[in-house]
Design a protein around this ligand. Structure first.
Ligand code: NAP
Length: 530
């Protein structure tokens, strides 16, 4: 590639960046990928906390663009662990010879559109700059850790860890009193394992979350063989579902069936395990009363497992199930029966400050040797906004998104020609199975670039009107559901000062149809020029 002008720069070598590179290179483009980490894998490179695994089943959380790849790779468990997914990412990098075009340990710090040249200038942390016709952000939706500014943190004398940026050598908590702050998906996976190691674990919970059992198990080779024999049909069926996942959504509303039938369905889904619980009835995310029946079912399970009624009550959410992402657990609630685990409700007794030897909350001091921040991410926009992105006329993305992200289809931004965002805000992304959504975006972007090249064109930009209509539509769809009703990271509520805007688009099939129509109509809503 040396000496050759770059056609495209891709930022990030997670699953999105890897496939984007493969696809564009296959079209004969000169591409360079910049990756801040030392290897491929993105979120699976950074999130190495104990218990990290995917809550989407392994046979679904994988690429489908290459049938040989999906036939040859063997998954060992129903839900793959972080190390196994990272091995898979590395296998893909080897198999498609991706590394030769990826520059690791290199963070992109700025990207600006040079109007005169009609090209992007991309600057990296090592002081270098490259230029490319297209700039593609494959920066991930959950890749910029949220680090709350706790008073006194600098005085803490123990070790601190962030789940989303975990030491590669691992952490041995043997002999250490540990505090975990946060009770989202990451904490819910880490807490049962840390509790087995640490002599004492304090869990600082601000808001309880609903967790359903994973019912994880080794993947039966016969089941895997059948999946592989049927892969194309299964993948096609998954795309018909709201989330792009295979679990069935019961077409009946909970409101139309008796309490006994509701209970039977919830119990069956509970025993099956995983995210499919939210598909128990079609109206769970639109009808509060129906949702409450699912909520009460889970609260009943918590009461049945957790022996101390006060702890069970504190662990029981009152919010809408599925409004925050449903968590999938392995022994989470049981962990609170252990004598070495203490739950501290910091909603009732807020964290006042971190002191040298621990955490002060509600007037009490909890002595810990290590603190784990399981405090989530500046989701969907964080990774984009920490890059100084400047579009036509020098306008920054930060200014443009001051009141919340605005995109056309979650893949393009008016005023930012030739810039694409893979699974950006305004696309199904985090409300879908990420791998197929990544593939859909990558293929759509590659087709758009191919369309330009075939016509001798060099520039594509979303129009302001198309973007305006899309943003209104994203909001309208969200407002027809219960999603905006809680303080989730989907609306940016977890990061102080972040604008409250519902960011993902709800519904894979209509979204994909819209993208296909836009392309079929000659990139409707985009201005194309030389
Ligand atoms: P999260 O769901 O945002 O949870 C963060 C936790 O930290 C919440 O309990 C939050 O409380 C708490 N918190 C944040 N700031 C705090 C503060 N200042 N004081 C006290 N508590 C505070 O983050 P996450 O657990 O990392 O998960 C994020 C997403 O990543 C998930 O929803 C999921 O999409 C993905 N993920 C997936 C898996 C998987 O596949 N199994 C695993 C991990 C993560 P509040 O709720 O009160 O804000």
């Amino acid at each position: 590639m040396v000496g050759r002008e770059l056609d495209a720069v891709v930022v990030g070598a997670g699953f999105a960046g890897m496939y984007m590179l493969h696809r564009l290179r296959g079209m004969g483009l000169a591409v360079r990928v910049f990756e801040a980490g030392g290897e491929v894998g993105g979120t699976w490179y950074w999130n190495r906390y104990p218990g990290a695994r995917c809550d989407v089943e392994s046979v679904e959380y994988s690429y489908q663009f290459s049938d040989e790849l999906q036939q040859e790779w063997v998954w060992s468990e129903r839900y793959a662990t972080q190390p196994e997914i990272l091995r898979y990412a590395n296998h893909v990098a080897d198999r498609f010879d991706l590394r030769r075009d990826i520059q690791f340990d290199t963070r992109v710090t700025a990207a600006s559109f040079d109007e005169a040249a009609g090209r992007w200038r991309i600057a990296t942390g090592d002081g270098a700059e490259v230029s490319a016709a297209f700039c593609i952000m494959a920066t991930g939706c959950l890749s910029s850790p949220n680090r709350p500014q706790f008073k006194g943190l600098e005085r803490f004398q123990g070790a601190t860890y962030q789940t989303g940026d975990w030491p590669h050598e691992g952490v041995d908590f043997t002999g250490l009193r540990v505090g975990v702050i946060g009770t989202g998906s990451s904490a819910i996976q880490a807490i049962p394992l840390i509790a087995q190691q640490a002599p004492h674990l304090f869990v600082f919970q601000r808001t309880p979350n609903y967790a359903v059992p994973a019912q994880n198990a080794p993947l039966d080779p016969e089941v895997q063989r059948k999946v592989k024999a049927n892969y194309a049909a299964l993948r096609a069926r998954a795309k018909e579902g709201r989330t792009g996942l295979l679990y069935p959504i019961n077409p009946l509303p909970a409101s139309a069936v008796s309490a006994v039938e509701q209970e039977r369905e919830y119990q069956a889904r509970w025993e099956r395990g995983g995210l499919g619980f939210i598909g128990s009835f079609v109206d769970l995310l639109v009808d509060r009363r129906s949702n409450e029946s699912a909520a009460e079912f889970i609260r009943g399970k918590i009461r049945a497992v957790v022996r101390d009624p006060a702890v069970a009550d504190a662990l029981s959410p009152r919010s809408v199930v599925g409004c925050k992402r449903l968590c999938v657990d392995i022994g989470y609630y049981e962990t609170f029966n252990r004598a070495n685990v203490t739950l501290i409700d910091v909603n009732r007794s807020p964290i006042e400050e971190i002191v040298a030897g621990g955490v002060r909350a509600g007037g009490d001091e909890y002595q810990v040797d290590a603190l784990v921040f399981a405090t989530g991410f500046d989701a969907m926009t964080g990774a984009l906004l920490r890059i100084d992105i400047r579009g036509a006329g020098g306008r920054t993305l930060k200014e443009k998104w001051a009141a919340g992200p605005r995109t056309y289809l979650g893949v393009a931004i008016a005023g930012f020609p030739n810039l694409f965002t893979i699974t950006g805000p305004g696309s199904p992304s985090v409300l879908s199975n990420m791998l197929p959504s990544i593939e859909q975006h990558v293929e759509w972007i590659a087709d758009a670039i191919g369309h330009l090249r075939a016509r001798g064109l060099g520039r594509i930009e979303a129009t302001g009107e198309a973007e305006q209509r899309w943003v209104a539509h994203v909001n309208e769809v969200a407002n027809g559901t219960l999603f905006p009703s809680c303080n989730s990271w989907y609306i940016g509520a977890n990061v102080p000062g972040k604008p409250r805007v519902f960011m993902p688009y709800i519904g894979v099939p209509p979204y994909v149809q819209k993208c296909n129509e836009v392309a079929a109509n000659g990139y409707e809503g985009f201005a194309l020029s030389a």
